[in-house]
Ligand binder design. Structure first.
Ligand code: DAH
Length: 343
């Protein structure tokens, strides 16, 4: 019996998992196990030895069971420790970075212009993206067949009376009609516009314009120049210079192209300003008398100025982005770049 217990102890030393422990248990305590089989020897013993043998055998069984149970517990503890070790959290490891969202820079430009002009008494208004031909073109002095319509290759809908607005200028018409020829107007309208352009670095079939309109009495081109100058300095800094160049739009007379001094080379000439020192940022002009009349305002009493910025263009100039498509690619690495450029 002592030998068997020693044998069991030796066997248990090499056991590392529950499966081999069970095998050992069967080897000693199973139906045909070496300890169990000792019971069959009782009947061959002389009667006076039977009792002692039986008691020793029970003791052996209890000790064997205790050894096996202790081993079982040791294996379980070890397994648990291993599991805990593998699942433990190393709080000294750097954490996974969660990328921060950042404002869309076209929206940022729009908000900057909105804030400035609201502080000058302008209302921010909205207009529909599906627009009437009448408001997008006809009332703006662009009757059907007018050659200047070609410059805005338009998405027509439903028998050509409806279209996706090709400019935000129809919101001028809507606002003037609401003013009923009586109310002075100061409004800006930022909004999406659509043209049948092939997308490339400087064209997009959908882009954002910021329209502005002021209608009042005694308004002159110098008011437009002053307003444009304030906007340009607000967006591009106090050193930003502005200039007007004569241009043509059917709904303004006179019409101008508005330029800002190139912020990259400060007017010396570089690739951004194509060596001119100037960058064009909007079309503008005095509201054409016919447009005022079409919309119920008597041009003898009322005058107005209007302007239309391309919002992406402003963002491209401000943040040094050379491809318009970056705004629509939803590539977050690009968005990150905008932020870095700003910083
Ligand atoms: N709507 C013009 C365009 O999309 C831009 C523009 C020019 C707007 C002159 C104006 C303006 O309000 O007065 O090309």
């Amino acid at each position: 019996m002592d030998n068997l217990l020693k044998e069991l102890e030796t066997d248990l030393k090499s056991v590392t998992n529950e499966q081999s422990l069970n095998e050992i248990k069967t080897k000693y305590l199973g139906k045909k196990g070496s300890i169990t089989e000792l019971s069959s020897k009782i009947k061959d013993l002389p009667n006076e030895e039977k009792k002692e043998f039986g008691a020793n055998l029970n003791k052996l069984k209890t000790e064997a069971n205790n050894l096996i149970d202790a081993k079982k517990e040791a294996i379980e503890t070890e397994n648990l420790n291993k599991k805990l070790a593998s699942e433990s959290i190393d709080i000294s490891l750097p954490s996974t970075k969660i990328p921060m969202g950042s404002p869309n820079i076209v929206e940022k430009i729009v908000e900057e212009v909105e804030e400035l002009l609201m502080s000058m008494g302008y209302d921010v208004v909205d207009g529909p993206e599906v627009e009437k031909d009448e408001y997008n073109f006809e009332m703006l002095n662009l009757p059907k067949g007018h050659p200047a319509r070609d410059a805005q290759d338009t998405f027509y809908l439903k028998g050509e009376e409806l279209l996706l607005r090709s400019q935000t200028s129809p919101v001028q018409v809507r606002t003037m009609l609401e003013g009923k020829g009586e109310k002075p107007i100061r409004m800006i309208c930022p909004g999406k516009t659509y043209r049948r352009d092939n997308d490339d670095a400087t064209h997009s079939h959908q882009f954002m314009q910021i329209e502005g309109l002021l209608v009042d009495k005694n308004v002159s081109l110098s008011d437009l120049k002053g307003t444009f100058d304030v906007i340009a300095k607000h967006l591009f800094g106090e050193t930003c210079e502005t200039r007007f160049r004569p241009s043509y739009y059917p709904f303004t007379e006179p019409s101008v192209e508005t330029d800002i001094s190139c912020h990259a080379c400060h007017g010396k000439g570089c690739s951004i300003c194509k060596n001119t020192g100037w960058i064009t940022v909007s079309g503008a002009g005095m509201v054409h008398p016919d447009v005022l009349r079409n919309c119920g305002y008597d041009p003898k009493e009322w005058q107005g100025f209007a302007f239309g910025f391309g919002a992406e263009r402003l963002a491209m100039i401000k943040y040094g982005i050379d491809d318009l498509r970056a705004f629509y690619m939803t590539d977050l690495r690009e968005t990150g770049n905008f932020d870095r450029k700003e910083a």
